[in-house]
Design a protein around this ligand. Structure first.
Ligand SMILES: [Zn+2]
Length: 178
């Protein structure tokens, strides 16, 4: 098995979070793998992992500045309550090294999206778009921003539909917002 980036090309170098190791990272195509001291601590107890990745695993701490950028983003997206110090650290490293992050954690994926960091999922289907809901009348097909029991125009049933904003899957660019 070979890790593929969003563009479908094999990934040679990546940053991995704890969920990636726990889910069983696809090591096949990866030549070099980075993680952080806090993630290393989390995965220490997992049998066999040390041996499996010892040859090409580099443990590195991100700069304080990168951690600050990720922390600020987490506040903006509302993920700050859901991410751990290890999550913030590993995202900061991906941002700093301009490398994709391997993660199955949705909050990390959401934050990566906002930081324009590429991410690769192991087992879970990753987020592909920001989702929002729209409501449409079954009778007159008028759409509404909020949930209504009956259409105020014709009185028919109003149903919810899953919509999306933006253009869906886009290859994220490693750009830092200053
Ligand atoms: Zn209607």
């Amino acid at each position: 098995m070979c890790a593929k980036g969003i563009d479908g090309n094999a990934v040679k170098t990546a940053v991995a979070d704890a969920s990636a190791f726990i889910q069983g990272l696809p090591f096949g195509g990866i030549l070099k793998l980075y993680t952080t001291p806090l993630v290393e601590k989390e995965i220490e107890g997992l049998k066999g992992i040390g041996l499996q990745v010892a040859a090409n695993l580099i443990v590195m701490s991100p700069a304080e500045e990168s951690i600050k950028i990720v922390r600020e983003s987490a506040k903006t997206t509302g993920d700050d309550a859901r991410v751990s110090e290890a999550d913030i650290e590993v995202l900061a490293l991906a941002l700093e090294l301009h490398l994709p992050i391997i993660t199955d954690d949705y909050s990390i994926q959401n934050l990566a999206w906002h930081l324009k960091v590429d991410f690769i999922t192991v087992r879970e289907r990753g987020i592909v778009e920001e989702v929002h809901w729209t409501y449409r009348c079954r009778g007159c097909h008028k759409t509404f921003d909020k949930k209504l029991d009956d259409c105020p125009v014709c009185g028919s049933e109003v149903r919810s539909y899953r919509g999306h904003k933006g253009a869906g899957v886009k290859k994220a660019k490693n750009e830092r917002k200053d």
